[in-house]
Design a protein around this ligand. Structure first.
Ligand code: C5P
Length: 314
């Protein structure tokens, strides 16, 4: 049962950090009647973070402001996924008088296949549940998250997880070691429904088979086998829509990455590298490419959405 939700004018803002993700494997089955595709995917959260703060309002309004390099690409109206998350939480668990000023500091590429919007939604769910003093458990948060989007439940839990269904039915995976990643982002994002549409037009992929060899490699901490097991059924569709990404993939491998793949529905290209030094040198050669807008280094696995220390004090 929920406690009585409340905020007071002195309720301090609540801040949450949420991570980006990369799909180590993304097996996609044929489109089902509901319009979605059944998946067998292995998510890994990586250390590129958005920071989501929810401040109190008692007039029932929910506002969103965004800062960061790509802030102008993010809507600040009710279509913003963080705003929808706050609205959904309020409609199920709180009263209409409660509001929030949500501020997002964006580092995750926008429309980049790294679940940036989903991370913001997960962050807003967690921040608002604390701000409004709602006694939600992990199951409640998961259900709200799954209503908001396929990648939102994983953004709550982080780490490494196998996702089935739409990617929302999650089982954590044991992993050993740290992965070093280099991400090359593109100026213009790709629409996820558009990539799934092209996937259908191209005749589908290998199917939603659980990548057992990859999961075994993660558990053993066998980085070579992890590199060999990376795969994405949406990659051909993303490359068909953005042929120039093939050159980015090639350049990263030539520069010494162990493996490269399109992240989720793209257009971000992800490279697994053997360590930080080689990561810096791969990043350097990618930065010169004409179609690459930014290059980021990150480690994984990272945590899911977490409250940040020091933000709960009055
Ligand atoms: O759930 P989410 O908002 O992330 O999905 C965005 C769109 O991506 C869906 O509307 C659908 O067109 C497509 N999608 C899909 N199969 C999935 C996940 C997403 O076709 N498993």
């Amino acid at each position: 049962m929920a406690s009585t939700p409340r905020t007071t004018p002195r309720t301090p803002p609540v801040t949450v950090r949420a991570s980006a993700k990369v799909n180590l494997a993304l097996g996609v089955g044929p489109r089902s009647e509901d319009g979605f595709h059944p998946l067998a995917t292995v998510f890994e959260a990586v250390g590129i973070h958005d920071v989501i703060t929810a401040g109190p309002r008692d007039d029932g309004a929910i506002t969103v402001t965004v800062e960061g390099a790509q802030a102008d690409l993010v809507p600040t109206d009710e279509t913003n996924l963080a705003c929808r998350a706050a609205e959904l939480m309020r409609s199920r668990w709180a009263g209409p008088h409660l509001g929030a000023d949500i501020h997002i500091v964006k580092s995750i590429p926008v429309a980049g296949g790294m679940a940036g919007g989903s991370a913001d939604a997960a962050g807003a769910l967690l921040a608002c549940s604390v701000l409004w003093d709602i006694d939600t458990g992990p199951g409640d948060l998961h259900d709200l998250a799954a209503e908001l989007g396929s990648d939102v439940p994983f953004a709550l839990i982080g780490g490494v997880a196998l996702g089935r269904g739409r990617g929302d039915r999650l089982v954590p995976v044991i992993f050993r070691g740290t992965h070093h990643w280099v991400f090359a982002t593109a100026e213009e994002g790709l629409s996820t429904p558009g990539v799934y549409r092209r996937f259908d037009e191209l005749g589908g992929g290998a199917g939603d088979l659980v990548p057992t060899a990859l999961i075994a490699a993660l558990t053993r901490g066998d980085i070579d086998a992890v590199a060999g097991g990376l795969g994405n059924d949406l990659q051909d569709a993303a490359l068909d829509l953005r042929p120039e990404l093939a050159g980015v993939l090639e350049a990263g491998i030539e520069a010494g990455a162990m493996a490269g793949l399109i992240s989720g529905s793209g257009p971000t290209v992800a490279f697994l590298v053997g360590g930080e030094a080689i990561g810096r040198s791969v990043a350097k050669s990618l930065r010169g490419l004409p179609r690459v807008s930014a290059v980021k280094l990150a480690r994984g696995p990272a945590q899911g959405a977490q409250l940040m220390a020091g933000t709960l004090e009055a």
